[in-house]
Design a protein around this ligand. Structure first.
Ligand SMILES: [Zn+2]
Length: 509
């Protein structure tokens, strides 16, 4: 009798093991333009007041998302009714800075603009290090024989050019990330900080004048990550200010240590608050520790002159796409097809404030270890058509898929060929594109940790960041198709036999 039971049990086990793979299209087809339209008219309605980080409309949006997951019976990764990940942020204004150079008082906004997020009660500096362009790349470094640990580094904008007018860093006529795009300055600051510098002075007259003008007329607070005291700091300075530090800067370009006496104190001017990422979780059956993160940002830009900026495309489209994807996976689970790996649905706050929600998740408090994070599929604007595709509306920009994992790119291609047949446009998928899209949405915070990413994007359009980005302008048939593409890609990533391999990571990125 016992033996018979065992045979029956083994029989069941065998059946369970050879379970036929199900056709994911059964569940992909539950993602519909009608449902997306209904959800988006709720999420991007005036009621949520433009979902500005720190404002009541943002809280209404996070409550709405939580309710959606509760009603779909998609769990929280925290294992209870807590669907919010608290992200500590700050409203920051310009700090109070007192500085003398060789005993002479320097005045803020008249030669230097300080970074906001730092508190330094008192710092006496006797030397600064001039590091040219401040570039530290594979084939060119300004830091070769310089030890900048604990020091103040001074760098200039620009990058070296060869005799044939190609750029040294890229080897082509295209500028590198060190000079093109709005993160150029950040790269130089980060390079110095990565080498241990305490502070960076970056010479950039036009940036200085731009910010000085702006802050003189309006010292409004901006939102940033909560910062620690005694952090590193960076100042944008003018050429004239640099000449106060060493007067042959415009004639002598040699990297060198400069003796100069600086007395500096910085008092942060900030108020802290909490904003929430919304998180939901589907636990995998076979490899629950391996996580695929699907993300989009829930915040937008609030109101302008009393009018709500609905952010229907940016990023209402990505948000409701995620809800539909969660629902499709849930339908598969109800039929007995739980994914092999786990899925984290990550709705991010403060993307519009410098990718703060994703930065907090990846850099400070990942709910699941980053080394177990298989990939990030990030959706930011997939409901519209840009100016390049008016005659070819069946497209989506795919950014990042080719960067870290050959397999991820292949999966994008094969899944699309099989199920969705969208023209995948890779034109922005590189680090040197002047638009910098690779760095401009939340996926970048995963990519910088060598987690393969795909960013789905329709490109900017006439209503981008305007009060006219409304739900009635969304192309719902396209939104449906693009959402299904993300779903099928996620399905393959969580159900394939082996985790995708990171084979293209560059060191130091
Ligand atoms: Zn966006």
């Amino acid at each position: 009798m016992k033996k018979n039971l065992l045979i029956v049990a083994l029989g069941f086990l065998a059946i369970a093991c050879v379970k036929e793979p199900v056709d994911p299209a059964i569940y992909g087809n539950t993602i519909t333009s009608d449902e997306l339209r209904t959800l988006l008219h709720q999420f991007a309605s005036d009621e949520f007041e433009g979902r500005e980080t720190g404002e009541p409309g943002h809280d209404m949006a996070t409550d709405y998302l939580k309710e959606q997951y509760v009603s779909m019976e998609v769990a929280s990764p925290y294992g209870n009714n807590v669907y919010f990940q608290e992200v500590p942020l700050e409203y920051q204004k310009l700090p109070e800075v007192s500085m003398t150079i060789n005993g002479k008082k320097a005045t803020m906004l008249e030669g230097f603009i300080p970074s906001r997020n730092v508190n330094i009660p008192s710092l006496n500096i006797n030397q600064i290090i001039y590091a040219g362009y401040g570039i530290d790349d594979d084939n060119y470094s300004d830091y070769k024989n310089l030890d900048v640990k604990g020091k103040i580094v001074i760098v200039k904008i620009g990058e070296p050019v060869n005799k044939d007018s190609t750029y040294v860093t890229t080897g082509t006529k295209e500028k590198s990330r060190w000079t093109s795009g709005r993160r150029a300055r950040v790269f130089k600051i980060e390079a110095a900080e990565n080498l241990g510098a305490r502070g960076v002075f970056i010479i950039d007259d036009s940036a200085h004048n731009y910010y000085a003008n702006r802050y003189q007329t309006n010292n409004e607070s901006s939102i940033s990550k909560a910062s620690n005291d005694n952090d590193t700091f960076s100042f944008i300075i003018t050429q004239a200010f640099a000449k106060e530090l060493f007067n042959d800067i415009d004639t002598n370009d040699t990297h060198k240590v400069v003796d100069v006496k600086i007395e500096l104190s910085i008092k942060k001017n900030a108020e802290s608050f909490i904003s929430n990422n919304v998180v939901a979780f589907i636990k995998g059956e076979e490899k629950p520790d391996e996580i695929v993160v699907i993300s989009s940002h829930l915040d937008h830009e609030g109101t302008e002159d009393g009018e709500v900026k609905n952010g229907a495309d940016d990023d209402g489209s990505g948000t409701v796409a995620m809800l539909e994807i969660a629902q499709a996976f849930k339908a598969a689970i109800k039929d007995g097809y739980r994914p092999k790996r786990s899925i984290l649905f990550l709705h991010l706050t403060a993307e519009e404030k410098g990718l703060q929600g994703s930065k907090y998740y990846t850099d400070v408090n990942p709910i699941f270890p980053l080394e177990n994070t298989v990939a990030n599929l990030n959706i930011d604007m997939i409901g519209r058509i840009d100016e390049y595709h008016e005659d070819d509306r069946n497209y989506v920009y795919v950014i990042g898929a080719n960067m870290l994992s050959t397999e991820l790119l292949e999966i994008n291609e094969t899944v699309n060929e099989k199920y969705t047949n969208i023209n995948l446009d890779y034109r922005y998928s590189n680090e040197t594109d002047p638009n910098n899209y690779y760095f401009r949405s939340d996926h970048y915070n995963f990519a910088k940790h060598n987690i393969p990413v795909t960013f789905y994007f329709n490109g900017p359009h006439e209503d981008y960041h305007k009060v006219t980005d409304t739900p009635d302008k969304i192309e719902y048939d396209l939104l449906e198709k693009r959402t299904r593409l993300v779903f099928y890609t996620a399905w393959e990533l969580v159900n394939r036999e082996n985790r995708i391999v990171v084979d293209k990571a560059e060191k130091g990125k």
